[in-house]
Design a protein around this ligand. Structure first.
Ligand code: NAD
Length: 482
């Protein structure tokens, strides 16, 4: 870990960087060592009220700033993020564990999100309806108002960047509460916005007790829109809070992505893609391939070859050379892996690889878990219904396409889904019939930045990214004039 991780961190409220100074603190832990690396101040109620007041004041100023000026500030912030990506990436690896190259790449992708959203905002056209001479009816899109956004620890910069970029490009002010576990890298993204000249109060960052902060912000009359990425139970809770004030919501609540591997697929391509993507970010990805349904004709071969590739995944500290996978982000994840894998084994699953926690090569205290491959997993096993959010692939055979689609759709979740087949007919049917917000066929790209990203069923509602992601921060108004 670099010695540059700050010993204590700050909130950003109403144009000021707010220090610990008598506030309660959250200890930030390096998941590779399990050791405390920093103190994070928790916002008091007075801090939150100050942030709400500032967001309320900032909104009309930012809304009325021409898009060319808004765009120039957001582009400047994006360029600062690119310049600072190596440093921000180091903070992210220290607090989250992912390999440094992936952390730096995440910051660059996040910068691109700001550029994308500026382009979308420039072209957010309304409509003029057909009316008799002397009359006109217009449809306009206007920023919804101040936003409260909550983001998790798996992509500490990219997930909040999606929300910040869209809200700010749309003309909204925003209060961001990233995960307390991974605070420094999103704080540095806010610093890029501030240094780029964003007006006071337009983007603020707070931390605290998540339940207290979210209930306080969502209850405020100032806040008009909630955006949350995280677990289904927390999403349901926030939806109830938002309902009190009939506030608009975007909810990205995770998934349990099925992968349908048909026996007519290009198996090497499928194996190469899936064996890398499965273990990216140690499987802590809401669109991670998790439920592998493999057609009977190639099931044994696929399982054997996948396991050989998974054996080669190099696990270690994210700052190490040639590391593919770091530790899990917090102690809850290895515990969850242990629970799910023990249950699957008891219900008949074969452990082809892994299936146990591992040390970090040093003092054995980091949150490491071995890449794991399970085959013949029973449908009764919890891992077939609970999102594992860890480095485990659970495989089962299937015979017909109908059976595979039925299995893919059996859960109340529907975020991402994947299929590998060389048959155009199969690809078309699978693309149509799978209940998911995103389906990737013969590739694993579901988050290109310019396409809608979001789930169906209990995976949530509302889209992020692209024009749909921008509109999520706007209200539609019709103006009729005679
Ligand atoms: P959790 O349910 O406690 O927290 C999930 C996220 O919500 C965290 O970032 C947390 O800080 C935040 N949170 C919790 N309570 C909140 C509240 N009342 N108000 C606002 N924010 C709140 O679970 P966890 O242990 O952090 O993660 C467990 C599961 O959550 C994972 O297994 C996965 O299914 C899901 N998850 C999904 C995503 C995603 O990208 N969709 C990201 C992280 C976690």
């Amino acid at each position: 870990m670099p010695d540059t991780y700050p010993r204590s961190l700050q909130l950003h409220i109403d144009g000021e960087w707010v220090e610990v100074e008598g506030r309660d603190i959250h200890h930030v832990v390096n998941p590779s060592t399990g050791k405390i690396i920093s103190d994070l101040p928790k916002a008091t109620k007075a801090d939150l009220d100050r942030a709400l007041d500032a967001a309320g004041r900032a909104f009309p100023v930012w809304r009325d700033t021409p898009i060319a000026e808004r765009g120039a500030i957001l582009r400047k912030a994006a360029n600062l993020m690119r310049e600072r990506a190596p440093d921000i990436g180091r903070l992210m690896t220290a607090e989250q564990g992912k390999p440094l190259a992936q952390a730096i790449g995440e910051v660059s992708n996040s910068a691109n999100m700001f550029d994308n959203m500026v382009e979308e905002a420039k072209r957010c056209y309304g409509r003029v309806l057909v009316r008799p001479a002397g009359q006109q009816s217009l449809v306009k899109y206007q920023p919804v108002g101040p936003v409260a956004a909550f983001s998790p620890w798996n992509f500490p910069v990219f997930t909040p960047a999606r929300k910040l970029a869209a809200a700010l490009a749309a003309g909204c002010s925003i209060i961001l509460k990233p995960a307390e576990e991974t605070p420094a890298s999103p704080i540095e993204m806010i610093r890029c916005l501030v240094d780029a000249g964003l007006p006071t109060g337009t983007a603020q960052v707070v931390f605290g007790d998540p339940a207290e902060v979210s209930s306080h912000l969502i209850a405020s009359d100032v806040i008009r829109k909630i955006s949350f990425t995280g677990s289904v139970p927390v999403g349901k809770h926030l939806l109830k809070l938002a309902a009190e004030g009939v506030k608009r919501t975007t909810m990205e609540l995770g998934g349990h992505a099925p992968v349908l591997v048909f026996d007519d697929c290009d198996m090497d391509k499928a194996l190469d893609l899936l064996s890398v993507q499965k273990f990216r970010n140690a499987g802590q990805v809401c669109v991670s391939p998790t439920r592998f349904y493999v057609q009977s004709g190639i099931y044994d071969k696929f399982a054997e070859e996948f396991t050989k590739r998974a054996e080669k995944v190099r696990v270690g500290d994210g700052f190490g050379d040639n590391i593919d996978m770091g530790p899990l982000a917090n102690p809850r994840r290895p515990e969850a892996m242990e629970r799910l894998i023990t249950d699957a084994k008891a219900k008949g699953a074969q452990v082809r690889l892994g299936g146990e926690a591992m040390g970090n090569g040093g003092d054995n205290v980091g949150f490491y878990y071995r890449p794991t491959v399970l085959t013949d997993v029973s449908l009764d096993a919890d891992i077939m219904t609970t999102e594992p959010f860890g480095p485990v692939a659970a495989m089962r055979p299937f015979d017909s396409m109908e059976e595979a689609i039925e299995q893919a759709n059996r859960l109340p979740l529907g975020l991402a889904a994947y299929a590998f087949t060389e048959s155009l007919r199969t690809a078309n049917i699978v693309g149509d019939k799978i209940e998911a917000g995103m389906v990737a066929i013969n590739n694993l790209t579901v988050s290109p930045g310019d396409a809608p990203f979001g789930g169906v069923k209990e995976s949530g509602h509302g889209s992020e990214d692209g024009p749909d992601g921008l509109k999520a921060y706007m209200v539609t108004k019709a103006i009729h004039q005679s």
